[in-house]
Design a binder for this molecule. Structure first.
Ligand code: C5P
Length: 400
């Protein structure tokens, strides 16, 4: 749980809570971290760079160029230097600029160059925090892999009471320590993850697909990468994006393409987690041109089965490789899932029931049960897909 020797970029934006960044800097330095502060022009209105450079032992960066000699402050180098970036306090404006890549100050250019995990600790008035714009920007950032340190409730600078107080520096330090603590557990492991739907083309403009969003697979990829694994994510069409540098992403469209990419990669892998919702069938024929509507006539499509990627990997799996599948069921959940585990030679199967409110496709939450070949069974409550990913990875790698 040590921050000893870690390189931390601390971003400070213009909020009353900037006074807490002085304490945060002090605590990080005391833990043995090296802290490089990057402050926005508005941040300097709230706390002076003199205080911050004295506490961090490094000149504070604010402008694109050093005023003395005109030399360039390299945000690219900072992105490579950092083991972590934390923006505390993060104002509504800074969150918005981060979410949309508006790179008009050093803090944002540094964020856009960042290879390491990024945390933000929002601080603002309660109405600003709960405004739909702020919430949408936080959602975008979360989707991009940024970790949000939720503000707490209490008295605000406006003297109103509510949610918007930046989390206390001691707590922020504990969260950062936890991130480093969990980072190494899967170091040296190579993990293949499939995610999202597949699209099976009917003609140049139409396809057969499903409502899978890819959220579960992406959360698993982020979780494995955070614990130090080298991740290969093979994903069907999805709007999801990643920020973790340890994740290699291959985008595919059809089950056939996913099958070929997964089969090629699997021999090199220690584990494969197959969360993709692969289409079971594809049209036998793909029309070269858009199929025209014929008045009063129906259209019959003939479908042929797609390869079962899980079963194909199961058949070539080596003893020491771990193979994990998902089962999305509407009825007889457990017995169907056990059948699939057997048939596809899986070590574990993660079961969701479509009967559970909030579980399955598109939701941000999931409710799962993990069944294991060894006979184990663990059921979890409805929770975010991020928390679900943690539980899955804890269970799969419990003994390693
Ligand atoms: O048989 P069913 O589609 O319910 O099995 C689900 C599991 O098998 C999931 O892990 C899914 O990713 C995987 N699968 C696959 N290739 C298919 C169909 C399912 O890898 N063609």
């Amino acid at each position: 749980m040590s921050l000893q020797g870690k390189h931390i970029v601390l971003g400070i934006s213009g909020s009353i809570a900037a006074y807490k960044s002085a304490m945060l800097t002090r605590l990080l330095i005391r833990k043995g971290a090296e802290v490089q502060i990057v402050i926005t022009p508005a941040g300097k209105q709230f706390i002076t760079p003199v205080t911050l450079s004295a506490l961090s032992g490094k000149p504070v960066i604010s402008e694109f160029f050093a005023s003395g000699d005109g030399s360039w402050h390299s945000h690219v180098e900072l992105g490579l230097w950092a083991d972590m970036m934390v923006v505390a306090p993060a104002t509504a404006s800074t969150l918005g600029k981060m979410a949309h890549g508006i790179a008009d100050n050093m803090l944002i250019t540094t964020y856009l160059s960042m290879k390491a995990p990024v945390f933000v600790a929002p601080a603002m008035d309660l109405d600003m925090f709960r405004h739909v714009t702020t919430q949408r920007n936080l959602e975008i950032l979360q989707r991009d892999g940024v970790q949000i340190i939720d503000p707490t409730e209490g008295e605000l600078a406006s003297h109103l009471e509510g949610k918007g107080r930046m989390e206390e520096p001691e707590k922020i330090v504990a969260i950062l320590e936890e991130c480093f603590a969990t980072k190494k557990e899967l170091a040296g492991k190579k993990i293949l993850i499939t995610a999202g739907p597949t699209y099976e083309r009917i003609d140049p403009v139409r396809f057969i697909g499903n409502f899978s969003s890819g959220k579960m697979g992406f959360a698993l990829a982020e979780e494995c990468a955070q614990r130090g694994a080298e991740v290969l994510l093979i994903t069907g069409p999805t709007a999801m994006s990643l920020s973790h540098s340890a994740i290699r992403r291959i985008d595919v469209e059809s089950a056939d393409e996913m099958h070929d990419a997964a089969l090629k990669a699997f021999p090199e892998m220690d584990a494969a987690i197959l969360s993709a919702a692969v289409a079971d069938y594809r049209p036998v024929q793909r029309a070269e041109r858009k199929i025209k509507r014929k008045e009063g006539e129906g259209l019959t499509l003939t479908l042929t089965p797609n390869p079962d990627i899980a079963a194909a990997l199961g058949s070539i799996k080596r003893e020491e490789q771990l193979l994990v599948g998902f089962a999305l069921e509407t009825d007889n959940e457990e017995s169907n899932a056990l059948g699939k585990m057997e048939k596809k030679q899986l070590d574990h199967i993660v079961v969701n029931s479509l009967r559970d409110e909030g579980a399955g496709f598109g939701h941000d939450t999931n409710k799962i049960t993990i069944l294991s070949r060894s006979g184990g069974k663990r059921a979890f409550e409805l929770q975010t897909k991020k928390a679900t990913a943690k539980d899955i990875i804890d269970t799969l790698f419990a003994s390693t």
